[in-house]
Design a protein around this ligand. Structure first.
Ligand SMILES: *[C@@H]1O[C@H](CO)[C@@H](O)[C@H](O)[C@H]1NC(C)=O
Ligand SMILES: *[C@@H]1O[C@H](CO)[C@@H](O)[C@H](O)[C@H]1NC(C)=O
Ligand SMILES: *[C@@H]1O[C@H](CO)[C@@H](O)[C@H](O)[C@H]1NC(C)=O
Ligand SMILES: [Zn+2]
Length: 506
């Protein structure tokens, strides 16, 4: 973002390369081809920004189920497919069928792009996953500029989809196109999986991955996803884990209808009182989950892992200020990150059936549903967690001697994901980051759940890496989403350098 950081990075480069075990000869940073590639990307950066502008101009919102927007999504898919064909890639548009809406309507799901460029058996095959759809955005939501007109202010490229995920998809394409434009051999075989329904739950993706396991994906050695953010404005990151999630509903019912507290108050067990007791038994004020056994399978922290948290570029005070939280439960950066990334957490989300409007209605809800979820981490076992939650709630409920009925169900279960950071592609990405940014990456995990990583890893059983390009303040899904020109352009270089490092390591 700050061009000064970039310059500082390159002046640091020679020094860092000296430390890098002779990967380059220290007198010629970076090597000839890389230098040429970087120069090309710098010289053509306005063209790259222009293409991003054209992509941002397509309102490819997959969230609102309306035909007009679906047509935009189809247009976006064609635009990307054309771009890939122009690179010389073989492009398949795989029909993804229809989305059935609750009202009986159905809408087309944009086809999923499967593209391939090169199939030299001597080279590794690296497959990039990305998405072309975006979250809804309207100017009146609080945007200063039109969300579908890419606008540059102080090196920031504002617009919906700039960072999530059109910018990173194009950065990968820019890297490939640079080798093509320079008439240089691509160092790796490249594949693309690009979908248009990520923001709506990646409908049809998992099925496709299953179906193409022995087809399109059989030659894939590595999967790269670039769909999250750094934890800093300055320091690039590599993501090696995400938490899973198990979502619970606990219903307490007396009858379907509500009661008046003047006519029934005092003579029955109120469902809300039961539910509040149940929800109140789940977690204490230090954030510790009170369900017996829940921490039993949580992986112990290793020394190596501990060091990754210590090295991360996070200003706790700035983080606290920007989140407008007076005090977090933990006072050190390391503890905070571990509780976000590698320990489970339990959050209470809401109560269906509760009176929540302003005013003073004297209702006794007859039936209420409490909603909470547990973010899961390695090596928690989801079916064991489900059993523990049910047993705990049964026990708490039975102690109340309530005459109401309680039912507990787990409505969603997504596994956590963790990568092997000693894998070749992590080593290659680290080296590429050092070359482009002159620094070691923050080795980060993500506290939220990104199911695709786990889907790819489980189905194809190949190494999956998340290599984000955007800065922490990019505002994905939010108003004023942006990607810094610096991140976009250096990110294109990063992918190019990554290809070269992969070729060396393979
Ligand atoms: C955080 O906010 C406090 C109070 O407004 C201010 O004094 C401090 O400089 C801020 N720190 C950072 C790092 O932004
Ligand atoms: C999870 O626990 C269940 C029940 O105890 C067991 O059958 C299953 O094998 C476990 N799964 C894993 C991945 O350990
Ligand atoms: C529930 O009932 C048992 C036995 O009938 C009694 O010992 C206990 O005190 C009761 N608990 C509550 C919370 O009313
Ligand atoms: Zn995304």
């Amino acid at each position: 973002m700050d061009p000064k950081v970039g310059r500082m990075a390159s002046s640091l480069l020679a020094f860092l390369l000296l430390l890098d075990g002779g990967m380059f000869s220290p007198s010629s940073p970076p090597t000839g081809l890389l230098e040429k590639v970087f120069q090309y990307i710098d010289l053509h950066q306005d063209e790259f920004v222009q293409t991003l502008k054209e992509w941002v101009a397509v309102e490819s919102d997959s969230v609102q189920p309306v035909l007009r927007l679906r047509r935009e999504l189809l247009r976006m898919t064609d635009l990307a497919a054309d771009r890939l064909r122009n690179l010389g890639a073989h492009v398949d548009l795989v029909d993804a069928g229809f989305q059935q809406l609750p009202d009986g309507q159905s809408l087309p799901i944009p086809p999923i792009i499967l593209a391939a460029l090169g199939n030299d058996p001597k080279k590794p095959t690296v497959c990039f996953y990305g998405h072309l759809d975006v979250q809804p955005a309207r100017r009146e939501d609080g945007w200063v500029t039109d969300p579908h007109t890419l606008t540059e202010v102080d090196g920031k490229l504002y617009g919906r989809g700039t960072t999530d995920n059109k910018g990173p998809v194009l950065a990968w394409i820019n890297a490939v196109s640079t080798f093509r434009a320079l008439d240089e051999d691509l160092p790796v075989n490249v594949k693309f999986v690009i979908e248009g329904m990520e923001e709506a739950g990646s409908l049809a993706l998992e099925e496709l991955v299953q179906k193409e396991k022995a087809g399109f994906f059989s030659s894939v050695d590595y999967i790269v996803i670039s769909d999250n953010l750094w934890v800093s404005r300055r320091t690039p990151a590599l993501t090696w884990g995400t938490r899973g999630n198990s979502y619970f509903m606990v219903e307490v019912k007396c009858r379907d209808q509500d009661f008046h507290s003047g006519t029934f108050g005092g003579i029955l067990n109120e469902p809300m009182a039961d539910l509040v007791a149940l929800l109140g038994s789940l977690v204490d004020s230090s954030g510790r989950i009170l369900i017996p056994g829940i921490y039993d399978h949580v992986a112990p922290v290793t020394e190596e892992e501990k060091r990754t948290y210590e090295a991360i570029d996070l200003d706790l005070e700035e983080y606290r200020n920007s989140s407008q939280v007076k005090k977090f439960l933990f006072d050190t950066k390391e503890e905070l990150l571990m509780h976000l990334w590698r320990y489970p957490s339990l959050s209470i989300h809401g109560i269906e059936g509760a009176f929540h409007e302003p005013g003073a209605k004297t209702v006794i809800p007859g039936r209420v549903i409490g909603k909470f979820s547990i973010r899961l981490v390695p090596h928690m076992n989801m079916s064991v967690v489900e059993k523990q939650v049910k047993q705990h709630l049964d026990y708490i409920f039975s102690k109340r001697n309530s005459s109401n009925q309680m039912t507990v169900s787990m409505t969603l279960g997504l596994h956590p994901w963790v990568a092997n950071i000693r894998d070749n592609q992590y080593l290659a990405a680290k080296r590429a980051i050092k070359t482009v940014f002159g620094t070691e990456p923050d080795m980060i995990r993500d506290g939220s759940t990104i199911p695709i990583a786990r889907i790819f890893q489980d189905t194809i059983q190949k190494s999956v890496m998340m290599l984000p390009l955007g800065a922490v303040d990019d505002g994905e899904h939010s108003q004023k989403e942006k990607i810094n020109r610096w991140n976009y352009i250096e990110g294109s270089k990063l992918f190019a350098a990554f290809f070269l490092e992969m070729a060396k390591l393979h």
